[in-house]
Design a protein around this ligand. Structure first.
Ligand SMILES: Cc1ncc(COP(=O)(O)O)c(C=O)c1O
Length: 375
């Protein structure tokens, strides 16, 4: 089976972890690697401060906590996203409000934001889906006009840029994940970036159970979201390779484009003129003209040894969110359609041109077969 993604862990990553362990860098409170990883990753993204945490989910939780968002408040969130984005709001007692997607980049539709703002709205969490950045200049202008905080979900967009500026550096905070399938990985892990010194201090405090003085007496209810130091050592090595990894991800995407773009009924990923898409995953939408449904195509590919995944189930359809008091039933027809018709293909950055070509040929056979049957 050609899997949707295979992480590449080299000797350099292994040596960095072993050396960190030999230096006694075990937990998140000791050693040099955490601070170095935080500084280097923040600098790469064009931010002043980085706070490393245990996952992308933890990064989002910590950002929402540091923003002081809570019961009685609402946060606008991209409808089409990993459930983790909405849960960060939900678990703080605030209501995540879905913003439907737009048709081309599949990111949240900025034209809808103002109609969803109420007196309870505190923040917007845009998700840079599958590696394509949201137009952050426009989103931040809307947020400023309405005095809303912006927390970017960059779990899928490390290194993606909007008019040359990296995702994660536009909002009040930018949240990253370093899970095994992410652009760079520490196995599990995450980071919150900010340019605000006060927020950075608050994030650090809340990450570590809000220990202050005297020790063991706590003014604030914090969390243990610490990253282990040997994971940070691996992160530093991965970060040094990030531009190479992005170049390979873009090569994979361009190769898919070349072999798939003449097949009718497939909407392929886009790249706006102002954007650098890092193509975290190579996603596409199966239109009716293709001849068979998205699910039939997935079954076909699976039989041919090619693994795929669907797009996300949108927030408006999530039972765990629908049962929350204050849940707002907002129709999201585009995100619903993406959930029904979207899938992503194997996207390891080590895929050869021959493998990509064979996947594309399998997709072409699927549509040709379907058209023969309906003739
Ligand atoms: C958009 C988005 N947000 C948040 C997360 C959660 O990250 P993690 O799995 O590191 O908790 C993911 C993970 O895949 C994601 O894709």
């Amino acid at each position: 089976m050609i899997s949707v993604f295979e992480p590449v862990i080299g000797e350099e990553e292994i040596n960095a972890v072993v050396m960190a362990l030999r230096r006694g860098e075990i937990s998140g409170s000791f050693g040099e690697s955490i601070v170095r990883f935080e500084q280097e990753f923040a600098e790469y993204c064009g931010c002043k401060y980085g706070v490393a945490v245990s996952s992308g989910t933890a990064a989002l939780h910590l950002a929402v906590a540091a923003a002081g968002i809570g019961p009685g408040e609402e946060v606008l969130v991209s409808a089409s996203t990993n459930i983790a984005t909405a849960l960060a709001v939900f678990h703080h007692g605030a209501v995540p409000v879905p913003v439907d997607s737009e048709e081309i980049t599949w990111n949240l539709n900025l034209d809808l934001i103002e109609s969803l703002i109420t007196s309870r709205t505190r923040a917007i969490i845009p998700v840079h889906l599958y590696g394509h950045p949201v137009d952050m200049d426009r989103l931040c202008e809307i947020a400023r006009r309405h005095n809303l905080l912006v927390i970017e979900d960059c779990a899928e967009s490390h290194g993606a840029t909007c008019r040359g500026k990296k995702t994660g550096s536009f909002g009040d905070m930018g949240c990253f994940g370093f899970y095994a399938n992410k652009v760079i990985t520490t196995g599990e892990g995450g980071m919150v970036l900010t340019n605000d010194k006060v927020l950075a201090e608050r994030l650090r405090l809340l990450r570590n159970l809000a220990f202050t003085k005297p020790r063991f007496r706590h003014e604030l209810a914090g969390y243990n979201f610490r990253m282990t130091s040997y994971q940070a050592a691996m992160g530093i090595v991965q970060l040094h390779k990030i531009e190479q990894i992005i170049a390979e991800k873009r090569r994979v995407a361009h190769t898919y484009h070349r072999y798939l773009s003449d097949i009718p009924g497939l909407q392929l990923p886009s790249e706006a003129s102002w954007a650098r898409n890092v193509y975290w995953m190579y996603a596409m939408v199966v239109q009716p003209e293709f001849g068979i449904s998205r699910d039939q195509l997935m079954e076909w590919l699976s039989r041919e040894g090619i693994d795929t995944r669907t797009f996300f189930c949108p927030m408006n359809q999530q039972p765990c969110l629908q049962s929350q008091p204050g849940f707002r039933e907002i129709p999201c027809p585009v995100a619903d359609k993406l959930w029904e018709r979207g899938l992503y293909l194997p996207s390891s950055y080590t895929l050869s041109e021959a493998t990509i070509q064979s996947i594309a040929e399998s997709i072409r056979r699927a549509t040709q077969q379907a058209k023969k049957i309906t003739l």
